[in-house]
Design a protein around this ligand. Structure first.
Ligand code: DOR
Ligand code: ZN
Length: 349
């Protein structure tokens, strides 16, 4: 039996939701990850210091007892974001970073930014204070084909931001194209890569009829893009790091209205590891999962270790969402029903 031991990883892009869903799913991440950047696209988005403090409290209360997991909070940028609030929140360690959702780009983003140039004064302050800017990089212009939205965003919005703020710390989140892979490397910014974009291409959304299980935003693209992402993630290069974009949606909503988002937290580490093994790059897994992110964000890597073993690991079809002891919903995990070849053994010092 093969084993692999790495420094405990972090998840640099995660959706934890609220209420009963949060309570049911948080352990999938907090059991094996040291830290996670928590996305602020809750139903009422996290747009202020008070909201971030309250949300962090809910998260902390939902954590298993004695968990050492650290949620890193973000502010949701809007056209009305107050500069003082943003910088105070960053300087007082309430906000770890700011998240830019172009309005209507994805789940709960209707209050997102309508005109990015209106944020330039804020970017100036963020650049001065070293506050990271995390970007959902897609234009929302209905005339742009959905498969081209990342590339068009890079050309139309990201290039000018980088030109105007060359020292701003930017992460292009959940990249999906070879165009983004090249751009990130050429422009000295960071990028997260999800497990699902390493496994599926756009065909997955059409297997056996329209299949919302594999619908996320940005949508998976053509195969050549998936291959470029696999090469980037497994390269060990410092600019690419782990960000699951794990995004749970209750089955009833996913099946009914096809919400965007793939819930990969229960299998994220094993899912990534499968890709690294297939690419003969197990040696680079620790860099991607546990070292490149802390390096980008000027943090120390975690102290504990994570041990993985190669053994058959059947993924459940559904995860029940419980309230007291009643099942109030179900969420389908990524790789549902598949047998993965790796399994997390545990954390140790
Ligand atoms: O597929 C996605 N789901 N992409 C996002 O950007 C948001 C996420 C969610 O919150 O459901
Ligand atoms: Zn996300």
């Amino acid at each position: 039996m093969k084993t692999l031991t790495i420094i405990k990883p972090d998840d640099w892009h995660l959706h934890l939701r609220e209420g009963v869903v949060l309570k049911n799913i948080i352990h999938f991440t907090s059991d094996y990850f040291g830290r996670a950047i928590v996305m602020p696209n809750t139903k009422a988005p996290i747009t202020s210091i008070d909201k971030a403090i309250a949300y962090k409290k809910f998260i902390s209360e939902a954590l298993p007892k004695s968990s050492k997991f650290e949620p890193l909070m973000t502010i949701y940028l809007t056209d009305e974001t107050d500069k003082g609030e943003l910088i105070n929140g960053f300087k007082n360690n309430v906000f770890f970073a700011a998240k830019l959702y172009p309005a209507n780009a994805t789940t709960n983003s209707s209050l997102g930014v309508k005109k990015i140039e209106n944020l330039y004064e804020i970017f100036e302050l963020m650049q001065e204070s070293g506050m990271p800017l995390l970007i959902h990089g897609e234009v929302t212009d209905s005339e742009v084909d959905i498969f081209d939205r990342e590339e068009v965003f890079i050309d139309r919005e990201l290039q000018p931001i980088i030109k105007s703020f060359p020292k701003l710390k930017i992460v292009l989140e959940h990249i999906t194209t070879s165009y983004a892979v090249d751009f990130v490397q050429e422009n000295n910014i960071g990028a997260t890569i999800t497990p699902h974009h390493l496994h599926i291409n756009r065909n997955a959304m059409f297997f056996g009829g329209l299949n919302s299980d594999f619908y996320c935003l940005p949508v998976a693209k053509r195969e050549n893009n998936r291959l470029a992402l696999r090469k980037a993630a497994t390269s060990g290069k410092e600019c690419f790091f782990l960000g699951t974009d794990s995004a749970p949606h209750l089955r009833k909503w996913k099946a009914f209205c096809g919400c965007a988002g793939i819930f990969n937290a229960p299998v994220a580490i094993e899912s990534y590891l499968t890709v690294f093994e297939e690419e003969n790059a197990l040696d680079n897994f620790e860099k991607f999962a546990s070292l490149n992110g802390p390096h980008f964000y000027n943090l120390s890597p975690n102290k504990e270790k994570l041990k993985l073993v190669s053994r058959s690991n059947k993924v459940v079809e559904f995860i029940n969402v419980l309230e007291e002891k009643d099942i109030v919903g179900q969420i389908k995990p990524f790789h549902a029903g598949e047998i993965l070849k790796w399994q997390v053994e545990g954390i140790f010092n």
